[in-house]
Design a protein around this ligand. Structure first.
Ligand SMILES: Nc1ncnc2c1ncn2[C@@H]1O[C@H](COP(=O)(O)OP(=O)(O)OP(=O)(O)O)[C@@H](O)[C@H]1O
Ligand SMILES: [Mg+2]
Length: 360
């Protein structure tokens, strides 16, 4: 049984359809990230799950309980869901311990147990020594940890987080990513984590739901999204994916196929049920292009950007001067304006949208 079952959920604001038939089955204890461009409906989906927003169509279940849909709407406080907002939403007039134990008090939990649970979760997030401080006297990362501790204290089986790291600097983000992983391991809660930062989503989540204009483009593991994107949007949204046109695509039913890319023969990965096509699209990453001494695609180096262990090379390839990006291990003896030859070492042929090839 799924911890969270979202079925064909639709939601409109006025005439704008913001959620368009969202379906997701999330396992108990799973860490799911929802990734998508600004305005695609991520927060609206989280608010629908939390119960702040009734749905127009479809249903939301947690376990066997119907929370939203078919004329039902269970209010947020009865859903047993913890929510961590981007803005932390801490009470400024309460101490750290007061903020953490407030929900327990509302729930009617006796003082002794409240104090014991608060002390335990503050220790877990490394804030024991700050228990009596006010939120104003904490750093952004520490405030975020208070918000997490509050969730942890409530022992919520499902925790929703809306861009919890968006306000933090890069260094703190890294630390907090660790914190979320630890929180997940120790609480074994089902996590629903919204972000528009793909590195955060790929680093943290068991599975990532990529959202686009109110729909789910693909719901899969980070590795699957990276190497087998379901469509153009996912391909270009994840891992600096690039697109190219291929010709004479001949799949062999084992998940590989031959084609021509800039006129050169290439062997590519594809869906086992992919069908032969005179033209198709391939997606690949900058690391999939390699310099070669023999044959290959003729290209000119337009620009080289130093990135530490690699050089990011911008190429102009083929008669139409198509832009390609390639990674070359640094140091390398190349320069702008140089004519080079490259090969495509790996690529994924985007599924034609036949039912057999639908990966979602
Ligand atoms: N209460 C509302 N009334 C009207 N329109 C709304 C309301 N809430 C959200 N919208 C619209 O719904 C769309 C989706 O908004 P939502 O906040 O879910 O996006 P998001 O994916 O969370 O974006 P971001 O990454 O910028 O936070 C937007 O076009 C937004 O303007
Ligand atoms: Mg949002």
């Amino acid at each position: 049984m799924s911890a969270i079952e979202i079925k064909a959920v639709g939601k409109s604001f006025g005439k704008t359809e913001v959620l368009r038939g969202i379906s997701l089955s999330i396992h108990s204890g799973e860490f799911v990230a929802v990734l998508g461009p600004s305005g695609c409906g991520k927060t609206t989906l989280l608010r629908a799950l939390a119960g702040f927003e009734p749905v127009d169509r479809g249903t939301i279940h947690i376990g066997n309980a119907l929370l939203s849909g078919e004329g039902n709407h269970i209010p947020p406080e009865e859903r047993g869901i913890g929510v961590v907002f981007q803005s932390y939403a801490l009470w400024p007039h309460m101490s750290v311990a007061g903020n953490v134990s407030y929900g327990l008090r509302v729930k009617g939990i006796a003082r002794k147990e409240r104090e014991a649970r608060t002390a335990k979760v503050l220790e877990l997030v490394g804030l024991s020594e700050f228990a009596e401080r006010r939120p104003a006297a904490l750093s952004g990362g520490q405030r975020q940890r208070v918000a997490l501790a509050r969730c942890l204290a409530m022992d919520a089986g499902v925790v929703l987080l809306d861009e919890p790291l968006a306000n933090l600097d890069v260094h703190l983000r890294g630390e907090m990513e660790e914190e979320f992983s630890r929180f997940h391991r120790e609480s074994r809660a089902t996590m629903f984590y919204i972000t528009h930062d793909q590195s955060e989503a790929l680093a943290l989540a068991d599975r990532v739901a990529v959202m686009d204009r109110g729909m789910i483009s693909q719901f899969a593991s980070p590795a699957e999204l990276y190497s087998r994107p379901a469509n153009e949007m996912v391909a270009t949204f994840i891992g600096e994916g690039q697109l190219g046109a291929i010709e004479d695509f001949q799949p062999d039913r084992s998940g590989f196929g031959f084609a021509r890319f800039f006129g050169e023969p290439v062997r590519l990965r594809c869906h086992p049920s992919a069908i032969a096509r005179s033209s198709a699209r391939v997606t690949f990453h900058p690391g999939d292009l390699r310099l070669t001494e023999t044959g290959g695609i003729a290209a000119t180096i337009r620009r080289i950007t130093y990135r530490g262990d690699i050089l990011r090379v911008e190429l102009s390839a083929g008669p139409h001067h198509q832009t390609l990006f390639m990674n070359v291990p640094a140091p390398a003896c190349i320069e702008s304006g140089q004519r080079v030859a490259v090969t495509l070492a790996d690529g994924w042929v985007l599924p034609d949208l036949t039912p057999e090839e639908t990966l979602v």
